[in-house]
Each structure stands twice: as C-alpha cells, then as structure tokens.
Design a protein around this ligand. Sequence first.
Ligand SMILES: Cc1cc2nc3c(=O)[nH]c(=O)nc-3n(C[C@H](O)[C@H](O)[C@H](O)COP(=O)(O)O)c2cc1C
Length: 208
Amino acid sequence: MKVILINGGPHKDGCTNFALEEISKELNKEGIDTKIMWLGTKPIGGCIGCNSCLKQDNRCFMKEDIVNDFLEEVEDTDGFVFGSPVHFAAASGALTSFLDRAFYGRGKLFSGKICASVVSCRRGGATAAFDQINKYALMSNMYIVGSSYWNQIHGTNKQEAMEDLEGIQTMHNLGKNMAYLLKCIENGKAVGIQKPKYEAPTKTNFIR
Ligand SMILES: Cc1cc2nc3c(=O)[nH]c(=O)nc-3n(C[C@H](O)[C@H](O)[C@H](O)COP(=O)(O)O)c2cc1C
C-alpha cells in the first residue's frame, strides 16, 4: 500500500513538510510506503477549462509542471495527504492550481481512495483552508480521514512547528487512522468487499 503526501508550500523543509513527515513516519511504522512530493517554487498554472484533458489521454496539456507526473501515480496509490501552508486563510495558490488541474473531470480516478488534508499556519485561517482542500475529495467518492483535532500545525518555520506538541500529536493520530482505514479496505477486498459501483453521472444545471 502506498500514500502520496503533497507539500503545497513554498518551503521544501518548512512547517507543512514537517507535518507530512510526522504522518509519514506513522504510516511507515504500519508497513505503508510513502512518498512526499513537493510542488516546488516554479509557477503552477491554474486550470484554463479547455477540457482537452477530458478528450485525450486524461492528462493536462500543460506539461511543464508536476501535475501530470502526479497523475501517472494516482492509479497505483491508495491514499493521499494534501498539505498546504495557510495563505490568507486559504490553501496556497500553487496547491489550489495543482488540485484544480489534478481533480478536474477525474472523479473516477480518485474514487474509493482515502484522503486527508493538512494545513500549517502561524495563527489563523486554518479551518477555512482545511475546508477548501477537503472539498476536492468530498466530491470525488473519496474517504476523508480525520484525527484527534483539526489537521493543523502552527508555526512560521519548522523549528516553531516542532514545538507545537498538540499539532504533532494530531499528525500522528492522523497517520494511525489512515493506516487503519487502508488496512480495513485492503482486508475487505480479500473477503470480496469491493468499492461501491456508482450510478452513471447525470449532470444537471439550471436549464435542464
Ligand atoms: C502569502 C502568505 C500568506 C499567509 N497568510 C497567513 C494567514 O492567513 N494566516 C496565518 O496564520 N499565517 C499565514 N501565513 C504564514 C504561513 O501560513 C505559516 O508560516 C506556515 O506555517 C508556513 O508553512 P511552510 O513553512 O510550509 O511554508 C502566510 C504566509 C504567506 C507567505
């Protein structure tokens, strides 16, 4: 079993990464492979709604960033953690663009997998960013994993985040919950419990 953890912050070794490492350690203890992917500091363009990804190979036509590399790995990955620093009470611009393009029209690809969101902030706006990130999974038939408190850690840099003992504990419990759920799903498959067969989507709008 494998979990990909996305660091959507500009700091490779900052608060968000520290939180992801703490989750990762718990998952590894339970025999689950992990990979932290950092989005980096180069621009990640937002979705331009061209729909070419829906027509062709399920990949984004913008090939110069990490989105398509990530999409290559989704099928073989069982769980995801999307981490972001809080920027003006929201997820980072980079993570927002990344998730918009990764999830657009790809509910099927992500369905049945588990997901958690993690945010780091100095002081405020964490739950707004947390809500924002959770929404990608909530409308993609994914199973969202929680912890003993909101999945947030506080600090302006890694050293400060390392002092947030409750935040660290929250990350550890999140890792434990993810490992438990992943094992339940895996063992369920062994006795014939498969993910639900969803109804074919009916798209409606205000006109029809
Ligand atoms: C553009 C920008 C906006 C920010 N907005 C907020 C905010 O709304 N609330 C907050 O508590 N911290 C805010 N911060 C601070 C970061 O969220 C905080 O330092 C975070 O833990 C850094 O995580 P990182 O080391 O992974 O980048 C902001 C930082 C930046 C660069």
